[in-house]
Design a protein around this ligand. Structure first.
Ligand SMILES: [Zn+2]
Length: 313
């Protein structure tokens, strides 16, 4: 039974043959820091995997470590060394994830049996000496839950019954005060339900996704347009009436058209006040000009004819 060691294997929970800490070294006989955890694999050479997204810093072989691989895990801000591998399956610089086989457990280097020695230390200590590193006990490491991005933002409408998430790492839970499912993506979400608990307003944004808003953090991560009570009542009534809903949609469409016209009017006004814009490329306007010119010519001829007819010219 391991607390964290199982993360290095697939469907295999290793046993600890030698824990992290000071001990009498089995080979040298000296009291030294055992700077890692030894995981036994029942004498079998089995694949050991990446913990999560990371990058191979170095691979190599020494007489003590045997075949080893250094991997950096940026989310955790930690680096690891896998030692005594029977074979190495990654290259230096390679990106890894939880499905990448780092190598097979073995007994290369100073080892008394097939096992994985797993060393764990702060990532910024890669370039300091082995004895200067603050090696940590991986079994005691509080492995942070792996949270994924969840939730699909919707298109912004008029912000009524919508909420805007403006930060990247807002927790999403399965219920108000429930289990954290992951992070919500930035964007707009429809509010399906609302629940006020203590200082927080909880918003249901999908069938099992809730996010919390506290006025203490106003403008930090959520924006919501205030809606009047009448709006709320109307929208609730209309939700239960599909015909009304259709009418409402038509209304919205009309409003949009009106708004568009309004914009146009405003633009026209603006254009009138401003100097006319002369296009740089006249060639594209040529056919239009020709048409206008010929019309003008014909019009002048027509005026001339009238004037002639009236005996002025
Ligand atoms: Zn060891």
């Amino acid at each position: 039974m391991s607390k964290n060691g199982y993360r290095l294997f697939k469907n295999y929970d290793p046993y600890i043959t030698s824990p992290f800490g000071y001990r009498i070294h089995p080979i040298t006989g000296k009291k030294t820091l055992h700077a890692g955890v030894d995981y036994g694999t029942n004498g079998k050479k089995i694949p050991t995997y990446g913990l999560e997204n990371g990058k191979v810093i170095q691979t190599g072989t020494t007489s003590a470590n045997g075949n080893f691989v250094y991997v950096n895990y940026p989310r955790l801000k930690k680096s690891a060394i896998y030692e005594h591998l029977d074979s190495i399956k990654v290259r230096s610089g390679e990106e890894v994830n939880e499905d990448t086989i780092i190598g097979y457990t073995g007994e290369t280097g100073d080892a008394t049996g097939v096992h994985l020695h797993f060393g764990w230390y702060p990532e910024d200590e890669q370039n300091v000496g082995w004895y200067q590193r603050n090696w940590e006990d991986f079994e005691e490491y509080a492995y942070p839950p792996f949270l994924k991005k969840i939730g699909t933002p919707v298109l912004k409408t008029d912000m009524k019954n919508q909420i805007e998430v403006i930060i990247d790492n807002l927790y999403a839970r399965d219920n108000p005060n429930g289990t954290i499912l992951g992070y919500i993506n930035k964007g707009f979400y429809d509010i399906l339900a609302k629940k006020v608990l203590a200082n927080y307003t909880w918003y249901k944004i999908a069938s099992n996704i809730w996010i919390a808003y506290s006025p203490d953090f106003a403008n930090l991560y959520l924006k919501e347009e205030k809606e009047t009570d009448t709006d709320k009542e109307n929208s609730q009534k209309e939700e239960n009436n599909p015909k009304k809903q259709e009418e409402k949609e038509d209304e919205i469409k009309n409003e949009e058209v009106l708004d568009e016209n309004k914009d146009k009017e405003m633009n026209d006004e603006k254009t009138l006040k401003e100097e006319p814009i002369i296009p740089e490329d006249n060639s594209s306007n040529l056919p239009k000009e020709n048409l206008f010119n010929s019309f003008l010519k014909r019009f002048i001829e027509f005026v001339k004819k009238i004037l002639k007819f009236l005996g002025i010219l």
